[in-house]
Design a protein around this ligand. Structure first.
Ligand code: N2P
Length: 443
């Protein structure tokens, strides 16, 4: 080897090993969160905060998902080494049952502990999963929470129709509805819709219905969800709010935080949207930070969770994304009071005794009466696979009216184009053929 090449080789090796030493895994925090679910400046600020608290450098690798099951599969099957992920309640329950989580550290040297800012209400909800010393709140800290309901265009859908799940199955909204691509919501909604009368008569509760995974209930849900297909313009995980804001569809079964975003965006361009949790009842959900067992940096993960529980950080996140933080300190309540609102809500369940009648956005913070008609979805357990198959069958063939029309138009246009081309070619070759024959005869 020439002397010069040897020098290059040695230099590259030095550079490579140098890079390795620069970036130790304990200086990296890998976060996997829902898309559009944090104020990105909070991530930058955490880097400074961590340095101030521990004297250590940290670099954040941040990835996002749109569907719980996609995230779950990457952890369970892919054993990926995320330090922090943000699943929804029923997935937290599944991860706990499968012992996929590490307990969250609650002792922070020289740093204030902010975990106590989390509303006892949200902690109690997560603790419904597992009691005793393995209570879920040792493994999960609620981040954002909300309801699932109907976001509707008030110019196109009367409120009396939007306040019941019936509107989703109403043929007059054919091709005009977007649904969340989330079987948890869709399943519960279908079963509740089918049992409207039974709920009214007090024969069954919303919680029992949403968590009825019997073969009979599953067959019924599949049928009802397939019946819904003519009405579905698409199954969305993030584009519904934009389509609603632009007035392209008139109903979106969606999450409260997306509704808040859409209502604000739409108002800016003169489209009036509203959101309601239908009278029959529906889903209340909680997303929480957990540290998977394959995490390589649980220390930084715990610090991050603590940081996120600071009221000023919680407010910034809420402001950026429209969802509602689990933090329930007096400064959050004070910041959320809006005296221009014409209604008052009972939010004692969340903020404590002083919040019996407060002017706070009721899409974000549902009144106690709304919470009373909602329930948490539980893990489907062994029936998860079957549920996913049902979900795949429901979504197949249901491309939505718009897409179906586009496919037909493209298909016919290209077939017509091919036929025309062939015909022209045929005519041209015939002309040459007869021309040749005529020329030969003349000779
Ligand atoms: C925001 C996702 C919210 C998740 N893009 C609701 N569980």
């Amino acid at each position: 080897m020439k002397k010069r090449n040897l020098i290059y080789l040695l230099l590259s090796l030095c550079l490579l090993t140098g890079c390795y030493n620069l970036e130790k895994r304990e200086n990296v925090l890998k976060i996997y969160n829902w898309a559009d679910y944090i104020d990105s400046s909070v991530l930058d600020e955490f880097v400074e905060y961590y340095k101030a608290c521990t004297g250590e450098d940290i670099r954040i690798i941040y990835q996002t998902f749109d569907i719980n099951e996609v995230m779950y599969t990457r952890i369970e099957k892919g054993n990926e080494d995320f330090d922090l992920v943000c699943p929804s309640d029923y997935i937290i329950e599944r991860m706990l049952k499968k012992e996929m989580l590490l307990p969250i550290d609650t002792v922070f040297e020289n740093t204030k502990n902010y975990l106590g800012n989390v509303a006892p209400y949200t902690r109690e909800q997560l603790d419904l999963f597992i009691g005793g010393e393995h209570s879920a709140s040792n493994y999960a800290v609620c981040y954002m929470w909300g309801t699932t309901g109907i976001l509707y265009n008030t110019a196109l859908v009367p409120r009396e129709e939007a306040i019941t799940w019936d509107c989703l199955w109403d043929p007059k909204y054919a091709g005009k509805i977007l649904m969340k691509d989330s079987y948890r919501e869709a399943y519960g909604t279908a079963i509740i819709y089918a049992n409207k009368r039974n709920i009214e008569e007090g024969k069954v509760t919303v919680e029992e219905l949403m968590n009825d995974f019997s073969p009979k209930a599953m067959r019924l849900a599949e049928k009802l969800l397939k019946d819904l297909r003519p009405n579905i313009a698409g199954w969305e995980s993030d584009f519904g709010k934009e389509q609603m804001a632009k007035g392209r569809v008139c109903i979106n079964m969606t999450w409260s935080g997306d509704a808040v975003w859409a209502i604000e965006e739409a108002a800016a361009i003169g489209v009036d949207l509203d959101y309601v949790v239908p009278i029959e009842g529906g889903n209340i959900w909680f997303d929480g930070w957990v540290i998977p067992k394959y995490a390589k940096n649980p220390k930084a993960a715990s610090y991050f969770i603590n940081f996120i529980c600071r009221p000023d950080i919680a407010l910034r996140n809420m402001e950026a994304i429209g969802y509602v933080s689990a933090i329930a300190t007096p400064e959050i309540l004070a910041a959320k009071i809006d005296t221009t609102l014409e209604y008052y809500s009972d939010l004692r369940y969340f903020f404590g005794e002083d919040a019996g009648s407060v002017q706070v956005n009721n899409v974000q913070y549902p009144d106690k009466a709304v919470v009373n008609r909602c329930a948490l979805t539980r893990d489907f357990g062994d029936q998860t696979e079957e549920m996913l198959e049902i979900w795949a069958r429901v979504k197949e063939d249901s491309l939505g009216l718009g897409i179906t029309i586009v496919i037909f138009v493209v298909f016919f246009a290209s077939t017509w184009w091919v036929i025309r081309k062939r015909y022209k070619h045929y005519k041209r070759s015939r002309r040459y053929h007869y021309g040749d024959q005529r020329r030969m005869k003349r000779k």
